[in-house]
Design a protein around this ligand. Sequence first.
Ligand SMILES: Cc1cc2nc3c(=O)[nH]c(=O)nc-3n(C[C@H](O)[C@H](O)[C@H](O)COP(=O)(O)OP(=O)(O)OC[C@H]3O[C@@H](n4cnc5c(N)ncnc54)[C@H](O)[C@@H]3O)c2cc1C
Length: 392
Amino acid sequence: MPAAFPSALLSSGRSLTLRGAGHSVDGQTVTDGELLVTYAPDTAAAQIRDVGEGLIETPAGMSWYELERYLNRHARAFPVLTDYLHLSVGGTLSVGGIGSNSVRYGMQVDHVERIQLTDGTGASRWCSRTDHPELFRFALGGLGTVGLIERAVLRTVPYHSNSHVHRAQHAALNELVEHTERIAQREDVDIYFASQRGSMLRSTTGWSGSDLQRCGDENCAIVARLPFKMHHEVTRMATQPSDHVRLWTDYLVPAGQLAPMVAAVEALQHRAPLNRGLSALYILIVRRPSDPTQFAFAPVGTAPVSIGLGVYTWIDRDPAAIAATRQVFRDLLARCCELGGRPYLYGVNDIDDSLAERLYGTDLDQLAKLRSSHRLEHINAHLPLVKATVPT
Ligand SMILES: Cc1cc2nc3c(=O)[nH]c(=O)nc-3n(C[C@H](O)[C@H](O)[C@H](O)COP(=O)(O)OP(=O)(O)OC[C@H]3O[C@@H](n4cnc5c(N)ncnc54)[C@H](O)[C@@H]3O)c2cc1C
């Protein structure tokens, strides 16, 4: 059935999987059954609407790349962009969305005013912090478990094409960790990301819209259109070798807990198959707004400031190597939970019922109630989060 009739498909009762651009990495959008693909940047672009007061309405099937270009042409920007932009608006809002500006602005879902959500009866309603607030809280970051996001109204900020950045190299991982924790304590930074690739340890700290002068810092640079530069770099690096699988995962721990999380990775990264397959560690800081919505399944729980540690591997297409990597990730996830953190659900995570209960508590019961009352049992039913709500 054409995606032009999503409500008919959603209300058909047939098993259905929702998909944006399909870039989540653990089979979230893989199915033998029916797939509803929303990603259609070309047709979506014509439907973007300025609804005033800095708010923009967009179809969920829009790509961030095209949406940000549109906004910039109108002297606006979205506060938080991912490093790779050919992702759908609905897809990243369904996982959370974090990026280099999260150090200032939190998650993408923190900047959603309202969403139009269609449930398993085909009924569509606008949800916000005040209208259907539970659906809003579960849909954003909720992997499509409470229905299809068809449209979103997003808050935007004034556009500044230049960023003032300080790039640093670090001699050792513990030095980078200390540097990151220091930045996490500051409230005057707009941009932060850091990585380890091989022996190269780098961080970038920045400010948007600062004046065009370089400051006295020897590592200072003025960069134009930073989000698009990052996108082109990541596009180059993220191309998948055909005989490998992409096993990526990110853990978000409260600020102050990065050192033990990194120590857990260090202890395992010399063990096969990570010793050959680890391509990068990636670090971001996420500062939530002062009155945050407690999204049920988003990667940041109640911590006001969190630090994300991405562990990105390319593993031989060999079942034993994949199983061994997943075991390493299970150990890392256990450590993340001990440290009060959460997994980022777009990634590779083995979450059994007891771990789901520990991570999400009574929100799992609430998810079961929402799925039952909105007739959603046939939608995204393959997800571990959903399976954890079904009594055995
Ligand atoms: C190269 C690369 C770089 C990345 N960089 C970042 C980054 O910097 N920051 C970051 O936060 N993430 C990053 N990610 C992860 C990315 O945000 C997620 O994979 C995201 O889900 C991708 O969007 P998508 O459109 O591909 O979603 P999909 O993979 O298609 O869907 C993700 C989930 O959302 C559900 N879903 C999709 N669309 C809808 C909808 N309209 N309504 C309801 N449910 C829906 C799906 O069922 C699925 O469960 C990156 C991924 C890749 C591959």
